[in-house]
Design a protein. Structure first.
Length: 60
């Protein structure tokens, strides 16, 4: 995992006090993950509120 993704994941955690669901987004490339995180932070909505995932998409 690149340093850019790690930084984005940290920013997501800081913004939402929750981890970004990387396992559920495993088919998404690193650049797209960063774009999604940036959009979530900008709009102040997590991946579920923006419709990227539904609560049933989580992998445990």
């Amino acid at each position: 995992m690149s340093e850019q993704v790690l930084n984005a994941l940290n920013r997501y955690y800081d913004a939402f006090d929750d981890s970004f669901p990387m396992a559920a987004m495993s088919g998404v490339g690193e650049d797209e993950v960063i774009k999604i995180i940036d959009k979530c932070i900008f709009e102040k909505k997590d991946v579920y509120d923006l419709g990227y995932l539904s609560s049933g998409d989580e992998i445990y």
